[in-house]
Design a protein around this ligand. Structure first.
Ligand code: PLP
Length: 373
């Protein structure tokens, strides 16, 4: 002990994991209030079409249930008994194959922690949702990117090649799939999924937007022991801020997931809100129906602008290529008018904006601004 010089300044950064220390910093999106102040517009004047949130919000019954719940001072049930029972009734899947998370995002992280050692590989098919790559990298995994084709369909042959090459002794352990995909809104066909399920890997099917598509791989989980389906209340049920998601897992991994899950991962508020949403399906489905109708209108109307090329979407957003104009400038011009959209400029998404489906008046405001800029 005497050899150690106590009380000396410690350079805490030298103690960090070197891979984390070398990681690029994450650029967080600006909080709504900050953006509102910066634009000099009150929050109610801002048309937020940049994060695929549900403009109709939670159902009134959900808000009433949240207000009435008396036990927020008590820790939530670590076994999520009531929530898993509710999900089981809703899905027609036994509760012992269902696990809820603080959003689907938490379950993605949990899956990576369950399967990945440093150096293990995963397959991600960009352009797609960013969290697969993010969570895999935090585990020190190798991210193998198999780009989608120009029409955003998967390159199945290229994915399969990573499992047959004899020089790769360590084939990828997880393949991340998204249907409908974010940011284009395209579906993965049942044929493509069934082909990928033959691979000796965990197939994670992220169905965050499935309620807007009316198609799901959920029933395929019955006869495939390597398929995980993830879903969320964030988009269709308007609970993004409360963080409620769930997964349907192969029976063989449930026991292991329980070992590594944080005991209180789903808050009492998220639990109450998710259960109340499942009790108010008619109301929420009506909003989903409205959003689907509005998506069709938005797609049609955006296609009338000669500088926009919308891609067909089955989700609650529409991706557009911006042609002959600066997409970043377009995004900024819309922002000055209080309309927020998502701008991309990376491989596969050059000069693109993604517009979330809002209420009809949000589409109207967007179309008016697009005519002005
Ligand atoms: C929004 C989104 C999620 C995140 O869902 P949460 O339940 O809010 O964590 C997951 N996957 C995709 C593709 C998404 O777009």
């Amino acid at each position: 002990m005497s050899q150690v010089s106590m009380g000396q300044a410690c350079d805490i950064e030298t103690l960090l994991r070197p891979d984390v220390a070398a990681m690029e910093e994450y650029t967080p999106i600006l909080p709504f209030e900050v953006l509102s102040a910066r634009l000099g517009l009150p929050p109610e004047r801002i048309v937020k079409l940049d994060a695929n949130e549900n403009p109709y919000g939670p159902s009134p019954k959900t808000l009433a249930a949240l207000a009435a719940f008396p036990y927020h001072n008590i820790y939530p049930d670590p076994e999520q008994t009531a929530l898993r029972a509710g999900l089981s009734r809703y899905l027609g899947i036994p509760a012992d194959r269902i696990l809820a998370g603080a959003g689907a995002d938490e379950l993605l992280d949990l899956i990576c922690r369950l399967f990945l050692y440093p150096g293990d590989a995963v397959i991600v098919c960009p352009p797609t949702f960013g969290m697969y790559r993010f969570d895999a990298l935090i585990q020190g995994a190798r991210v193998v990117e198999i780009s989608r084709r120009d029409d955003f369909t998967l390159d199945l042959d290229a994915i399969e090649k990573h499992f047959v090459s004899p020089d790769d002794a360590h084939p990828p352990k997880i393949v991340f799939l998204t249907s409908p995909n974010n940011p284009d809104g395209g579906l993965i066909s049942q044929i493509a999924l069934r082909r990928l399920l033959r691979l000796p890997a965990v197939i994670v099917m992220d169905e965050a937007y499935t309620e807007f598509a009316g198609e799901s791989a959920l029933m395929v989980t019955h006869d495939h022991s390597n398929l995980i389906v993830l879903r969320t209340f964030s988009k269709w049920a308007g609970l993004a801020g409360l963080r409620a998601g769930y997964g349907v897992f192969p029976a063989a991994v449930m026991r292991h997931l329980w070992k590594i899950k944080q005991p209180y991962n789903v808050s009492t508020a998220a639990t109450v809100a998710a259960l109340a949403s499942l009790d108010d399906l008619a109301y929420l489905h009506e909003n989903v129906r409205r959003l689907i109708a509005e998506r069709e209108r938005l797609q049609r109307e955006l296609g009338r602008f000669d500088f926009l090329q919308p891609f067909p979407s089955r989700a609650n957003f529409v991706l557009c290529r911006v042609i002959g104009r600066d997409a970043r400038f377009l995004k900024q011009s819309l922002e000055r008018r209080g309309i927020l959209v998502r701008f991309f400029d990376r491989p596969g998404l050059r000069s693109c904006i993604r517009v979330s489906v809002g209420k009809p008046e949000h589409t109207d405001a967007l179309l008016t601004s697009l005519r002005e800029v």
